[in-house]
Design a binder for this molecule. Structure first.
Ligand code: CDT
Length: 312
């Protein structure tokens, strides 16, 4: 059986506040059709792909916030994407804001799903590393209120046996944390799918702004290499609501090399034939975890908040 998965990184340009979900879905369907024409098995869309990146605004009225959330998936707005994916026989990853009722409690997550070629949801991930802040910070040019609007994901970093391999998911800020890739890597992940919304300007650390694309590539490429996995990172890019967002969507091989990249800040597709067996040559040699990792010798105890203290 072929272990090649042809993947499309389907970058989106800005989704403005006045754009409807149907507008966004229509753009995604166009990218999906282009991808099908290039023999893609799987298309990766960005984080919070259906709406503008709403955590950039402080909203006191919960009903206003909830307008950005999906109560079911698929729903009337996204059903056409699922239908077209099934018709074309192309799977997809999609990020969106999820409102769920669990044990009678309303919960809000920054979520991604994996949909197979039959249009069936076969995997779900809820974002664990929520960046930014929970209270309004008036000094900022724009807010980053993910800690206010979302709960920490409660599904862990799972893997899914789909598309002939072992697939993992994460979202945006997760890509900066080695734990993300390592927890997936320890489960044998062969392809990590991730969408992101990253402002060029980070208000608390403007001295990093010039490095935003460098850091984006750095974390995805090192995560891929150190865990012997493909990584597909996809941006919502460009000046959204006047806030410049990085592009730099790319498909990274287990060698750490980017094999396909978007070069614009708009809707764009980058495609690569990803041979999952390429992971094997790294997983069985330099990053043979069973043979070469020495967790018992690391000598660190990790507290709940992640502060490391040397073992006595
Ligand atoms: N969406 C998201 O997670 N963005 C963050 C911005 C960090 S600056 C608060 C990121 O890591 O790209």
């Amino acid at each position: 059986m072929s272990r090649v998965v042809t993947v499309g990184a389907a970058q989106l340009g800005p989704v403005e506040p006045e754009h409807s979900r149907s507008d966004a879905v229509a753009r995604m369907i166009e990218l999906l059709r282009d991808a099908a024409g290039m023999s893609c098995d799987l298309v990766v869309f960005p984080e919070l792909a259906l709406t503008t990146f709403f955590p950039r605004w402080y909203m006191e009225d919960q009903a206003e916030v909830d307008r950005y959330f999906e109560r079911e998936m698929p729903n009337a707005d996204t059903q056409p994407l699922f239908d077209e994916a099934r018709r074309l026989g192309v799977g997809f990853y999609l990020g969106y804001a999820e409102l769920a009722v669990e044990d009678g409690k309303t919960r809000r997550f920054n979520t991604a799903i994996l949909v197979n070629k039959e249009g069936v949801i076969v995997g779900k991930y809820r974002k664990i590393h929520l960046p930014g802040h929970a209270e309004v910070e008036a000094w900022r040019a724009f807010q980053h209120l993910e800690k206010r609007y979302f709960e920490t994901g409660n599904l862990g970093f799972g893997v899914f046996k789909e598309f002939g391999g072992t697939m993992g998911m994460c979202l945006c800020n997760d890509r900066r944390w080695p734990e993300t890739y390592r927890v997936l890597g320890l489960q044998g992940v062969e392809m990590v799918l991730l969408g992101y919304n990253t402002p060029v300007h980070n208000p608390p650390a403007p001295e990093h702004d010039d490095l935003s694309l460098y850091h984006n590539a750095l974390v995805m490429r090192s995560g891929a290499y150190q865990n012997a996995t493909w990584v597909v990172g996809v941006a919502k890019a460009g000046p959204e609501a006047g806030v410049p967002m990085i592009g730099g969507s790319q498909i990274v091989a287990p060698s750490g090399e980017a094999v396909a990249m978007c070069t614009t800040l708009g809707d764009e597709l980058a495609v690569a034939r990803c041979d999952l067996d390429l992971c094997t040559s790294y997983k069985s040699t330099i990053f043979n975890f069973d043979r070469h990792r020495e967790p018992q010798a690391y000598g660190l105890i990790t507290s709940r908040k992640g502060i490391n203290t040397a073992a006595k």
